[in-house]
Design a protein around this ligand. Structure first.
Ligand code: TXA
Ligand code: MG
Length: 324
C-alpha cells in the first residue's frame, strides 16, 4: 500500500520522501491545483514507462512536463512571443502550452510520445515546491487509471492506484478540480486543444486574439489524449436531463430541483448558488459519489455553456460517450 504524507502537516518530510522516490525512478502522486498528478522524472525512460504501466495508458498519448519556473521551461522548449505572454500571465496555473522541444532538452522521447513538441506547464501549489527541489521537470498525467475520472483528492488516488504506488502526497482537495487548459500557438493563432481550468475568455482578453476551437470534441485527435470516451464512470451517463427517472443518480447545478428527483438514488448539486468555479471543483468528486451510489445511470442537469462551463461540458460529453 502507498504511504500517504500530509503536506500541510509535514511539508519538509513530504518533499524529502518524494525526491527520494522520484530519484529511484518510481512515480509519486502529487497534488496540483487542477487534479492530482502521477509524477515521474521526465528525463528517465524507465520512470516514464512506470507511469504508462500504472495507468494502463496508451504510449501514443504524450505526458505534460511540469516545471517550477520559466528558466526550467526554457531549458527544454522554445517560446514564441504569444506563448511567452501567456506563460508570464498565467503561470503558475492551469495552463499547458504545446511548444517545440529544444534539441538539447533532456526530457525523454517517451514523455512526448516521440512528438517534436512538449506539453509544458508550471503548476501552482505544493507540487511546484517538489519540482523546485527535485531540479528537473516531472512528467505527470492525472493520477487515475486511463479512461477513468481524474482524482481531486489523495483518497481518490489511493482508491484507484494505491496498491501500485509507493507514495501519495496529500494537500487536500484540488482547488480547481479540472485539468489544465491546453493551448498551441500556430502562425500566431491560438488553438484550444483542451478546454480546462483556465477560462478561454481570460486568454482572449489578455492577448486580444481569438481562441480557435476544434470543429467538435474528439473529431480530430490533436492532443492525442483527447479520445472521445474518457472520464467514464461505471454507470451510464445522461446529459441535459430535464427530469429524473427512477433509480438514477442526479447531479444538478444552480439549486433548482428537477421533476422526479425524490425518486433518485442520490441528489447532488454542483453549486446551489450557480458558481461555475465551485461546480468545477466539485465535479469529479460528485461523479465518483454518484457512481458509488450504485445507480445504473447518472443524470446531469443542464450546465451553462460559458466560462468554465465549457470545460465542464467537455468532460461530461466524454463521460457520456460510447465506451470503447
Ligand atoms: O491539469 C493537468 O493538465 C493535469 C495535471 C496533473 O497537471 N495533467 C493532465 O495530464 O491532465 P493528462 O496526461 O491527463 O493529459 C495530458 C494531455 C493529453 O490530452 C495529451 O495528449 C496532451 O496533454 N499532450 C501532452 N503533450 C502533448 C503534445 N506534445 N502535443 C499535443 N498534446 C499533448
Ligand atoms: Mg487524464
Amino acid at each position: 500500500m502507498a504511504e500517504i504524507i500530509d503536506t500541510r502537516i509535514e511539508p519538509d518530510r513530504a518533499i524529502e520522501r518524494a525526491c527520494a522516490v522520484l530519484s529511484d525512478g518510481e512515480p509519486v502522486a502529487i497534488p496540483t491545483e487542477t487534479v492530482y498528478g502521477l509524477a515521474a522524472d521526465a528525463t528517465n525512460a524507465d520512470a516514464i514507462s512506470r507511469i504508462y504501466e500504472m495507468k494502463g495508458r496508451p504510449r501514443f498519448n504524450p505526458l505534460i512536463c511540469h516545471v517550477s519556473d520559466i528558466a526550467m521551461a526554457e531549458a527544454h522548449v522554445t517560446f514564441d512571443p504569444v506563448s511567452r505572454q501567456l506563460a508570464e500571465a498565467f503561470w503558475p496555473g492551469p495552463l499547458t502550452l504545446i511548444l517545440p522541444q529544444r534539441p538539447e532538452s533532456t526530457v525523454h522521447a517517451l514523455a512526448s510520445a516521440g512528438l517534436d513538441t512538449l506539453g509544458i506547464r508550471m503548476p501552482d501549489g505544493f507540487s511546484r515546491r517538489v519540482i523546485a527541489r527535485f531540479g528537473r521537470p516531472l512528467a505527470a498525467p492525472s493520477a487515475n487509471t486511463s479512461g477513468k475520472i481524474s482524482p481531486t483528492s489523495a483518497a481518490h488516488v489511493e482508491a484507484d492506484l494505491g496498491s501500485k504506488l509507493k507514495l501519495i502526497l496529500d494537500a487536500g482537495a484540488s482547488e480547481i478540480g479540472l485539468e489544465s487548459t491546453i493551448i498551441k500557438v500556430e502562425d500566431g493563432k491560438l488553438r484550444l486543444l483542451r478546454p480546462g481550468g483556465l477560462d478561454a475568455a481570460a486568454i482572449e482578453a489578455l492577448t486580444g486574439l481569438a481562441v480557435e476551437r476544434p470543429e467538435s470534441a474528439g473529431a480530430t485527435i490533436e492532443a492525442p489524449g483527447m479520445l472521445a470516451s474518457h472520464y467514464a464512470p461505471g454507470a451510464a451517463v445522461r446529459l441535459d436531463a430535464e427530469d429524473v427517472r427512477k433509480g438514477e443518480a442526479l447531479i444538478r447545478f444552480g439549486g433548482k430541483a428537477l421533476p422526479g428527483e425524490s425518486d433518485a438514488v442520490i441528489v447532488m448539486d454542483l453549486s446551489p448558488g450557480g458558481s461555475l468555479r465551485e461546480a468545477a471543483a466539485n465535479l469529479f468528486d460528485y461523479m465518483k459519489k454518484a457512481d458509488a451510489s450504485g445507480a445504473a445511470t447518472i443524470a446531469f442537469g443542464p450546465i451553462p455553456n460559458e466560462g468554465l462551463g465549457e470545460a465542464i461540458i467537455d468532460r461530461l460529453q466524454r463521460a457520456a460517450a460510447p465506451r470503447a
